[in-house]
Write a protein that binds this ligand. Structure first.
Ligand code: PLP
Length: 394
């Protein structure tokens, strides 16, 4: 008989978004006449940009001809795209990334979870709370010890050794950014304490504030300790066609029990070569054409659309005293529930009074209790209508 990894039994059975979807379907079934506005979604709604679609057409035409047909890509992606990513996302910010430090793949979610395969079991990891649930679940599956960061400003230093610190900025779910000064403290701590930082910047493209970083490598010496995850899901609206990349600097060293130093980069390459066959050529070509034809402004136009929705929501909740934000740097609005009610009660309050769906903060961790997440990924019209509905009673 085959035995399971018992850690799977420790996962939370009620997957947050499954429960929200169930409640949504129930509501729709019982309230045919009311238009439901779903602002819980963490998914893009605008179509792909013209240059991305053109890239897909070029790629499919290339695949249709013998002379330009291509099969399996290299496991870390094609050089034609690597060159553009390094030039546009890093060199323009005076960061140099070697070709072999960049791994293009289908998804940040899978890279963030699967990179743990390289590490010893029973690590101690530090996660922000509230937190993107994937970090929690992937560490539970491996049986790692999780320490929660309640306040990012006061968390360091710790008595206990931390193997990996996960930082997500701009943050999902809160939308918070981190100052350069504070991030430097984390990098310095990681260097001094033999800790690795996993820096998830899935929402980098939404940054408006100048006093934060687009890449952790803007911080001196970060290449010694930090892995950076970036996704085209929200940046380019690629949630359907999938594409992401991970930077694993050559300088990061891990230890083996026989006291050897082994580079994380070489281990990650081994992992990719073993478990993946590289990203889809069509997805790669789609974003390549955006970079190559200098059409990043088309992506920015879509991001600005979501940012406008997010700003409208944020300003509304600020006027109600339920939020205190000075700038918007993500598609998320993180509010305090009315009258200090708990976040599931507030979910039903919003649903039953305004036919609006959001995400209960408790789903992102204990510190999310009493909070609620709404997103700017809806349409502009729905966002305005949602505000008008709430304005009457909230
Ligand atoms: N990281 C964060 C913080 C996210 O919110 C998401 C998606 O919601 C991802 C990663 C997933 O990225 P991908 O779509 O590339 O798997």
């Amino acid at each position: 008989m085959a035995y399971i990894n018992e850690n799977y039994l420790n996962l939370n059975k009620n997957y947050l978004f499954a429960k929200i979807s169930e409640e949504k379907q129930k509501y729709i079934k019982n309230n045919h006449e009311k238009k439901l506005i779903d602002l819980s979604i963490g998914d893009v709604t605008l179509p792909l940009t013209d240059s991305a679609i053109k890239g897909i057409h070029i790629a499919s035409s290339n695949l249709s001809k013998k002379e330009t047909f291509t099969g399996y890509p290299p496991s870390s992606g094609h050089d034609f795209l690597k060159k553009e990513i390094i030039k546009n996302d890093y060199l323009k910010r005076n960061i140099s990334i070697d070709n072999n430090e960049l791994f293009i793949g289908d998804s940040s979610k899978s890279d963030i979870s699967n990179i743990l395969d390289i590490f010893d079991k029973n690590l101690t990891v530090a996660l922000q709370d509230p937190v993107y649930p994937v970090y929690v679940d992937s560490n539970i599956i491996r049986g790692n010890k999780i320490i929660y960061i309640n306040d990012i400003k006061t968390f360091l230093p710790q008595k206990e050794h931390i193997d990996i610190i996960y930082l997500c900025f701009p943050n999902n779910p809160t939308g918070a950014i981190i100052s350069k000064e504070l991030l430097k403290k984390y990098v310095d701590y990681a260097i001094e304490n033999d800790t690795i930082i996993f820096f998830d910047s899935a929402y980098e493209a939404f940054i408006q504030d100048k006093n934060t970083v687009h890449s952790i490598y803007e911080i001196e010496n970060a290449k010694k300790v930090a892995v950076e995850f970036r996704s085209f899901s929200k940046t380019a609206g690629f949630t359907s066609i999938r594409l992401a990349y991970t930077i694993v600097p050559n300088a990061i060293m891990l230890h083996s029990k026989s006291n050897k130093n082994i580079s994380l980069n070489s281990m990650f390459k081994r992992l990719k070569d073993t478990k993946y066959n590289g990203p889809s050529y069509i997805s790669e070509y789609a974003i390549y054409n955006v970079y190559e034809s200098d059409k990043l402004n088309e992506l920015q136009k879509n991001i600005n659309y979501y940012l406008r929705n997010t700003t409208l929501l944020a300003e509304f909740f600020k006027s109600k005293g339920m939020i205190d934000v000075s700038s918007i740097n993500s598609p998320y609005v993180w509010i305090k529930c009315k009258d200090n009610i708990n976040s599931w009660d507030f979910f039903y309050y919003m649903l039953n009074n305004f036919s609006i769906i959001g995400t209960p903060g408790i789903g992102f961790g204990a510190n999310g209790e009493g909070h609620f997440r709404l997103t700017g990924f809806g349409t502009y019209e729905d966002t305005i209508e949602a505000i008008n509905r709430m304005d009457k009673k909230l």
